[in-house]
Design a protein around this ligand. Structure first.
Ligand SMILES: Nc1ncnc2c1ncn2[C@@H]1O[C@H](COP(=O)(O)OP(=O)(O)OP(=O)(O)O)[C@@H](O)[C@H]1O
Ligand SMILES: [Mg+2]
Length: 350
């Protein structure tokens, strides 16, 4: 049995259908109409202790709904969830003792009391032994740079300060599992970096299992060794980031600054070279798109150098954003969707 075990998990919401405006609201009062929305449509997922999993997908894919079922906030419509052998909804208290959660969109701090008081209340709630509390708190204050705002109430904190305090509050009791729902949303790069370092450290030193939802691809690259992509409530990819990149980011573009180039000869060479296409070519510069599984960058540059001098060059790799977008888009096509599922299985087994 895996540490986190999700089987055929479904969550259906009843959503009111209303016409816009006041007239619509009044009409809804008299003839209430609803549609059922399957936010999570039968997910199977196994996560082992100590893994760092990025759980990503487009807006409305069902990520937060899944996290809410894992934390025991929502009850599944059908299917099962076990975290460390516990059903999170039926055993909410036991589950709460061993997990930490940060929802980037809303704070879990008490609005009207100083951050330091919140920490001390959490110490009592979770019955954290004094020495461990001290050790953790001192370390967290330093790592997250919280010294300056510990005395402020949560309502006075800036977004970045609030998120750091939320993260510290969620990890103070050394939870075995931490769910982070968009923990870096809206933060500047320095605070993001701090938060990522902190999460990494917790995973490394304490073996904390991390499940992270994010739209920030830097978070995924930096923190997660496994990538799970969902779309419209269903799993469409489960594997390594590397495998997704290999499958969907085969193409690179090489730009060479030229001197004394023989343009017709260059055209001729690259028209015949497999896996390479000319994007643009003039006397000063050539840009070549190539499939890195069919040609290497050095082969491409060597071929350019046969017909001109290369003063400088640059290679562009597609960003992960582009890669994940491709995964989403291909899912819309059913045939490719099957191929995708197969790619995920391959990668997961690799
Ligand atoms: N309490 C609710 N009542 C009705 N519908 C809901 C409720 N919560 C979520 N939904 C619907 O379920 C779907 C999935 O929502 P969810 O918040 O899980 O998406 P998400 O993947 O977290 O998206 P985002 O990236 O925007 O945060 C959406 O269509 C949403 O409108
Ligand atoms: Mg969400």
């Amino acid at each position: 049995m895996s540490f986190i075990e999700i089987r055929q998990l479904k969550k259906q919401f009843r959503q009111a259908v209303k016409s816009p405006g006041l007239a619509g609201a009044v009409k809804h009062l008299f003839s209430q109409q609803y549609v059922d929305k399957l936010a999570v449509a039968g997910i199977d997922l196994d996560i082992e202790e100590g893994e760092t999993v990025a759980y990503v997908g487009p807006n409305g894919a069902g990520k937060s709904t899944t996290i809410k079922m894992l934390t025991g906030i929502l009850v599944p419509t059908s299917g099962t969830v076990r975290v460390g052998g516990i059903d999170p909804f039926k055993n909410r208290m036991d589950n709460a003792r061993t997990i930490g959660a940060v929802f980037g969109q809303r704070t879990q701090l008490w609005w009207d009391i100083p951050v330091s008081e919140t920490f001390s209340l959490l110490k009592d709630i979770y019955e954290i032994p004094e020495d461990r509390y001290r050790r953790n708190l001192d370390q967290f204050i330093e790592l997250l740079g919280m010294e300056d705002f510990l005395h402020l109430t949560a309502r006075k904190l800036s977004l970045g300060q609030r998120m750091r305090a939320d993260l510290a509050a969620a990890l103070l009791h050394n939870p075995r599992t931490v769910y982070l729902d968009e923990p870096t949303i809206g933060l500047d790069i320095a605070v993001k970096q701090r938060i990522r370092e902190f999460i990494k450290r917790s995973n490394k030193e304490n073996g904390t299992t991390i499940m992270l939802t994010t739209h920030d691809l830097g978070d995924i690259e930096d923190l997660c060794n496994r990538l799970v992509i969902i779309d419209r409530g269903s799993l469409i990819y489960d594997g390594t980031l590397e495998a997704v990149k290999n499958r969907f980011a085969r193409e690179r573009v090489i730009h060479c600054q030229l001197q004394h180039a023989d343009i017709p000869a260059l055209h001729d060479t690259f028209d015949r070279m497999p896996g390479v296409a000319v994007e643009s070519l003039d006397a000063a510069c050539v840009s070549l798109r190539f499939d890195r599984f069919k040609a290497t960058a050095s082969e491409v540059i060597s071929a350019v150098m046969l017909h001109g001098e290369v003063a400088d060059f640059r290679i562009d790799e597609p960003g992960i954003e582009h890669v994940i977008k491709q995964v989403y888009e291909r899912q819309l096509d059913l045939e490719d969707g099957h191929a995708l599922a197969a790619a995920g299985t391959e990668a997961a087994g690799a």
